[in-house]
Design a protein around this ligand. Structure first.
Ligand SMILES: *[C@@H]1O[C@H](CO)[C@@H](O)[C@H](O)[C@H]1NC(C)=O
Ligand SMILES: *[C@@H]1O[C@H](CO)[C@@H](O)[C@H](O)[C@H]1NC(C)=O
Ligand SMILES: *[C@@H]1O[C@H](CO)[C@@H](O)[C@H](O)[C@H]1NC(C)=O
Ligand SMILES: *[C@@H]1O[C@H](CO)[C@@H](O)[C@H](O)[C@H]1NC(C)=O
Length: 267
């Protein structure tokens, strides 16, 4: 059976997001040329529904600016690298992977905040997820509420025959670990058969309950896991409330060398 990571419902998403990718590539190229900050830091998820827009002279825009600069400065100082905040009707949340330095976190959030005006101009509700950080805002409060509407699948083109059961074990273990830790971040490395080593990482936004985190990751697992015996070397499912990823490598390749999967999203 085909791998859901590449087919089934995610295919629809992948196909749909293609024009966006092209558009994004152009925008990023422009951004790269102008500011030189996105060279190796493409967003994994761009969420800008554009249902309603703000204008530059609106109170919302003023509050949004205050909100973004508050989050960019407060999150790196917080021990958990997470914060939620609100100004007027601008609500926002930001977090970095807990194993990051405050300065890496600050850089990632600053890039995100800057990128909103280019990738999601005038959007009253938007989110950007990078490898290291997530920044989300809206004109209505979304704190502590689960959102499983906007998953995106990123997978490597190369496939590999690995035991699905082994990969599942790894992913289930990571899911359970993540939903029950306070950081809502989990990582697992496992040796597989056929001289393979696999790592998985997962995260939920830190405002979610253990149960909601589990519900979100279950949805991501459903998208990620295959019924077949051929899986992408690397695959990740990223959403607004959670994300889940795995990478399989040959265990004869020393760690630290360049990623053989060619998947930029996984480091
Ligand atoms: C909001 O602005 C974006 C970017 O300029 C535009 O593409 C979109 O059509 C606008 N949406 C509405 C509802 O006006
Ligand atoms: C991002 O960093 C630049 C340069 O340090 C700063 O001018 C800008 O205000 C920062 N943006 C936000 C949203 O904090
Ligand atoms: C952060 O979110 C919690 C709910 O998760 C809410 O009670 C609190 O008021 C929010 N904080 C700010 C500053 O908006
Ligand atoms: C994987 O196997 C290698 C030896 O082949 C061992 O050194 C390493 O600790 C194992 N890793 C895990 C996570 O079990």
């Amino acid at each position: 059976m085909a791998n859901p990571c590449l087919s089934k419902s995610p295919t629809k998403m992948a196909l749909k997001s293609k024009p966006l990718h092209l558009l994004l590539a152009q925008k990023l190229l422009l951004l790269f040329v102008t500011t030189n900050i996105y060279a190796e830091n493409d967003p994994l998820l761009i969420y800008c529904p554009h249902v309603t827009n703000y204008t530059n002279t609106s109170p919302f825009k003023a509050n949004l600016d205050l909100l973004l600069s508050d989050l960019v400065s407060s999150v790196p100082k917080s021990p958990s690298l997470f914060s939620n905040s609100s100004f007027g009707t601008a609500y926002g949340l930001a977090q970095c992977h807990p194993d990051n330095s405050p300065s890496a976190c600050a850089n990632c959030l600053n890039h995100s905040a800057t990128a909103f005006s280019i990738l999601c101009p005038f959007a009253r509700s938007a989110a950007l997820r990078f490898d290291l950080c997530l920044l989300r805002y809206s004109d209505t409060s979304f704190f502590s509420s689960l959102d499983v509407t906007s998953f995106k699948v990123l997978s490597s083109a190369s496939h590999l025959t690995v035991s699905n059961a082994e990969l599942q074990d790894l992913i289930y273990e990571t899911r359970s670990k993540t939903s029950t830790t306070e950081s809502k971040f989990g990582a697992t490395i496992k040796n597989l058969s056929h001289s393979r080593v696999a790592s998985a990482t997962a995260d939920c936004t830190r405002d979610l309950s253990d149960d909601d985190c589990m519900i979100c990751l279950n949805q991501a697992v459903g998208i990620l896991l295959s019924d077949g015996d051929s899986n992408p070397l690397a695959c990740q499912v990223v959403g607004l409330s959670c994300a889940l990823a795995y990478v399989v490598r040959s265990s004869t390749v020393a760690t630290g060398v360049s990623d053989p999967t060619g998947n930029k999203g996984n480091k």
